[in-house]
Each structure stands twice: as C-alpha cells, then as structure tokens.
Design a protein around this ligand. Structure first.
Ligand code: SF4
Length: 505
C-alpha cells in the first residue's frame, strides 16, 4: 500500500477532531495530496528494512480492508496458539512480527510499519522513516496510532522509530544494523496519545460537524486532505496564495481577519514585492518591465552562451560505494548553445545508464562539452553551482575546468526574482514553471504538461531510479522522456532569454 492514512496533527492541539469526523461522515470531501518524493523515499526505506530483517510476516494487498482482516486473522491465530501453550504451563519465547499491519476502528484506518506481538499479549509498534533525525511530527503520527490501538483494546508496551544513520557510508553490502538507528519514544507517545484519546472518542460520537478553525497544523508536516473543503469559502485570491510569505505570517494575517487580496491591499501588511503580486491581480495590471535593469542584466550574458541544466537524484538507500544516504548524484544534463546572436542553436546532452555511479562520466563529458571561459546560463544557479562544486571536490584532476564552468555561471532567474519583469500570471513566483507559461501562454511546445511521463524534477528523479528494475520497453520510454524533459528545461531558457531581448529592443 503506497498511501497511508495521513493523520492531521495540529500544533498544541495534537490532533484535529474535525478531520476524524469528516473521515467518518463526509470522506468524499477528502482530496489526496501526494508527496511523491517523500512517499518514494519512505517506501524504499521500508522495503529495505523488510528485506534486511526478514523474520517478519508481511501483510500484502492494495485494499486496506483486506489488510485489516488479514492482520486480525494472523494476530488472533498467534495469540490463540500462545494462550494454548501458556495454559499448559510451558514458558514461551514466541513472538510474531508483522510488517504493514493495518487496523480499522470506526472508519479510522492506521498502518503500522512493524508490529511485534509478544507472548505475554502485549504489542510493540515501530515506524520506519526515510529521515536522518526523529521529528516531533513522527512521534505524533505514532501517538495517534498508539491511541487508536488502545481504543481497540490492545496494550502497547513499546513505541519506537527506526530511522537512518546519516553518517553511514556504503562499502559493499549495506549492513542494516549499522544503517538504522532506533529511538524509543514510548514515554512521549503516551503523553500525546492520552490527549488524543478524548478527541478521537468525542469526534466519533458527534452528530454535527465540529467547528475547527484552520491553523498551521492543517499544512504541516503535510497538507491535510480536507484543506480544500475547510477553506472552500475563502475568496479565490487569499492570503494563502501570497508567494514568499512565511506560513506563520499567513496564519497571523488570517487570524487577524486580513484574508482577501483587498484586505491585504488596504492594510499593506506584506512586503513591497508581495504587494506587487496583490495589486497586479486586483487591478489586472499589464506586465511590469524595468528596461534599464533588464538591459544591464542581458549585457552580462556574452556569446557564446551555454544554457545548462542538471537532473539529480538523492537516494535514501545509498546506491554506490563511498556514498551516504541522500547524497545528491547528478545523472543527466542538457546544454543548449548559441555561438552568436541569431545564430544556430546547438544541443548537447548526457544521460547516464542506471546502475553505476554516473558522476565521473558526467563530469568528463561536461568539461568536454563546455569550453573554457564561456558564459554559462542556469535558472536558479545555486543548484547547478552546487552540483559542479561537489564534482570538482570529488575529482581533483577535473577541479580547474569544472570550477571555471562554476565561476562563469550567470542566473537567468534574477530578472524575475528582482521583478525587472513581472507578470501577474506568475502569481508572485519566479520559478521557471511559473515564468514560462506567463511569457508563452498557449505555446504547446513550451508546455511541460504536454510531455510524456516526466513533467518535473521529482518525477525525473524517481523515474530514473525506477528504470533499474523496469523492462526494456519501459526503460526506453523513461530514457526518452528524461531526455525530452531536461531538454525542455534548457530550451525554455533559450526562449526566455530571447523574449527578454525582444522586450528591450
Ligand atoms: S484542514 Fe485543518 S481544520 Fe480542516 S480537517 Fe484538516 S486539519 Fe482539520
């Protein structure tokens, strides 16, 4: 089962009773919000743990109700057998370990990554996390499960979290005993769950939908599935759509009644740049263009121009020797090149085969493809510079040419970040995914939605990793989709650069 029930934990309240009530009474209002990257990482770490600690019985099905029935059956059979042994006065060290155990209680479904049933009738529960630190939200998630299991009549003796040793460096086969850390969170879980028990019981009994105002906990650590339902009456343009405003500030304004863009404009309660977003929407403003600054910026980009973009992946389970969990590995780049203004646009690209460390080959190709001392253009250059700096530190013989590329990078994001060019269709964002459709509305060639399979960096990262176990046809499809996706990133940069030149001329 890929998705589990996401409990919405609210700060200070620890749990949203309204969500429990909605799950029971109006579940059709729930919207599934995927965290592709987090889900993929968590599921790969869980699978690795299950394979490494193989003494467990895995509950398998795509349907929670079947998993719940199977969990119940296997546990009953275990406890019955232990009871029979104990009644014959024989001591038993028997135990049962289940992975992906599912429990349902009054429309509440919880999934336990690792459940230990003990011969004395008690149980222990464990959550496996693709993280190198234990966050409070993990403990709250587990506390909710603890509370539900208690309401079902189980006695939970121990609650713990298995998480990743971030300093682990792979050398040969990964040693799961050194790769994972454990944290016993039983005492904290007891405290949280005792507060939750009352809320759960009360919410399940309520005839009417409980009132619960939205708060920070609706969006953190993950967006509640009922966010759309609970904010349905807010105006379309509201404080939560302001780009670059912290979540704390958004709720501060919301709680003080400053909600619509009109309220924000009246109170001038956000930064000047955020005010630009608000007033451009309210007054349907034409794009704002600062020609002087744009000319200055464009003058810094000298021919030949090399437009560069990398794709990388960060695997929770290190894939190669010498690599730690979550090490960023570049595996692909696209490069569009213009030798002179209005000249031919050339394209070069690199995409490593999956299965071996791609960094050396990628670094060698990069220094061959980009000549010394040319102007390299990236969009949000912090990312590209970081990738190149790490390659340079890893391969000392390539340090000089790589650092020349690094030092010559210019950032095409700046004109949009600094609002030298601002269009209200960007909704306050300066990411290339917001800028491109604003500059080129209705251009199918520049629309990421028209790509096959891969439409963003997260999908690229996951698809590349999945290609390892894919059949030949799927692997080819992934490869061709990756090339098209990354190619569009740099082609889009060329088009944006051309558009800015048109604007100033
Ligand atoms: S959006 Fe917030 S208030 Fe609404 S159900 Fe979810 S956590 Fe509760």
């Amino acid at each position: 089962m890929n998705r589990k029930i996401n409990e919405c934990i609210k700060p200070n309240i620890a749990l949203c009773g309204k969500k429990i009530w909605l799950d029971k009474n109006l579940p059709h209002n729930s919207e599934v919000s995927f965290d592709l990257e987090g889900d993929y990482a968590n599921s790969s770490v869980r699978n690795f743990a299950y394979e490494s600690f193989a003494e467990s019985t895995r509950i398998r099905s795509d349907l929670p109700e079947i998993m719940a029935a199977e969990t119940k059956r296997v546990m009953k059979s275990f406890f019955d057998s232990v009871r029979n042994v104990n009644s014959e006065k024989t001591t038993s060290a028997a135990r049962l370990i289940l992975t992906d155990a599912v429990f349902t209680f009054n429309e509440i479904t919880v999934c336990i990554d690792r459940l230990l049933c003990r011969a004395d009738g008690l149980i222990e529960i464990c959550e496996i996390k693709a993280a190198t630190h234990v966050k409070d939200s993990f403990i709250k998630d587990l506390s909710f499960k603890y509370a539900v299991l208690s309401l079902m009549g189980y006695t939970v003796k121990r609650v713990y979290i298995r998480y990743i040793n971030g300093a682990y460096v792979k050398q040969g086969k990964i040693d799961a005993n050194k790769f994972f850390f454990y944290k016993d969170v039983t005492e904290s879980a007891k405290v949280y769950s005792s507060d939750m028990l009352g809320i759960i019981k009360e919410s399940l009994c309520m005839a009417e939908e409980p009132f619960c105002n939205i708060g920070y906990g609706c969006l953190s650590p993950h967006k509640c599935n009922y966010w759309g339902y609970c904010t349905g009456e807010l105006p379309d343009d509201n404080v939560f759509n302001i780009a670059g405003l912290s979540m704390d500030r958004k709720f501060e304004l919301y709680d003080s009644g400053i909600i619509s863009f009109e309220d924000i404009e009246k109170n001038r309660s956000v930064s000047p740049r955020q005010m630009e977003q608000v007033s451009s929407v309210l007054h349907l403003s034409a794009p704002k263009i600062n020609k002087k600054e744009l000319v200055k910026f464009l003058d810094c980009l000298t021919f030949p121009l090399y437009f560069l973009d990398f794709e990388t992946f960060q695997s929770a389970i290190p894939r190669f020797d010498g690599v730690s969990p979550f090490t960023q590995i570049p595996f692909q780049y696209s490069l569009h090149c213009m030798v002179e203004k209005n000249g031919e646009i050339l394209h070069k690209e690199f995409l490593a085969d999956y299965g071996k460390d791609p960094r050396r080959e990628l670094a060698e190709r990069l220094v061959k493809d980009i000549p010394d001392n040319v102007c390299v253009v990236a969009y949000n250059m912090v990312f590209e510079k970081n990738v190149i700096r790490k390659l340079a530190l890893l391969f000392k013989d390539l340090y000089d040419p790589l650092m020349k590329i690094h030092d010559n990078i210019k950032d095409l994001m700046i004109p949009f970040q600094k609002h030298y060019y601002y269009d209200r269709k960007m909704n306050g964002s300066y990411s290339i995914k917001a800028v491109l459709p604003a500059l080129f509305p209705d251009d199918p060639e520049l629309d990421y939605k028209n790509l096959n399979l891969i439409h963003n960096g997260i999908e690229a990262m996951i698809s590349y990793q999945q290609s390892e176990n894919a059949d030949n046809n799927t692997r080819e499809e992934i490869r061709s989709s990756l090339l098209k996706y990354c190619g569009l990133d740099t082609y889009a940069m060329v088009k944006i650069w051309q558009k800015l030149n048109d604007v100033v001329n």
